[in-house]
Design a protein around this ligand. Sequence first.
Ligand SMILES: [Fe+2]
Ligand SMILES: [Fe+2]
Length: 219
Amino acid sequence: MLTFRKVSKDAEVITLIRESDRQLEMLGYTEHGQRHARLVAKNARGVLRALDYDERLTELAAIAGYLHDIGNVVNRECHERTSAILARNVLLRLKMDYDEVAQVMAAIGNHHEETGNPVSEISAALILADKADVHRSRVRNPALIRFDIHDRVNYAVRSSSLTVDKEARKIVFKLRVDTSISSVMEYFEIFLSRMMISRRAADFLHCHYSLEINGNKLV
Ligand SMILES: [Fe+2]
Ligand SMILES: [Fe+2]
């Protein structure tokens, strides 16, 4: 069976991630390279593992996490759909089962907050992991944070973590925000839709989603 390890070493995939990130850099987006892909893979797997899902499902979540943004190589618009189609080609070439390819495609195609919905456990885990990657290391040029709200909010985030409490059925997203750089209000201004899809993803996994900023429970 195809493993995350094998997908992550594939030369075409590595190129697609690198080129997607380069294009998003041109458009002024935050980092979407290997760091983002690997972190989302790790956290998507971690969410399902913490809830005791089948080991193979956790592997598929990691694969979906690693590939979810490769469609940016074509265009940012509809990148979730392009990512799914490109992932299909890669996964079939690497001899993944058709059934698993379909599951990964559905998850990838639904990860974006504007068009997506949690449609499966893999999909829910991918959404939670992707929306939890907010951090100052994603900002490419800190000198410009005054001019861009996304950069400013990301730069203000000193630490972020996603934790799962299986017994309490709780998924907690914790952030430490430097409010001298960006206000909590600014965070909500740009990330409200991400928080809403995260809450629906947690619901799909029969968990309560909660958001803590600087020790205050906000949701
Ligand atoms: Fe995306
Ligand atoms: Fe992403």
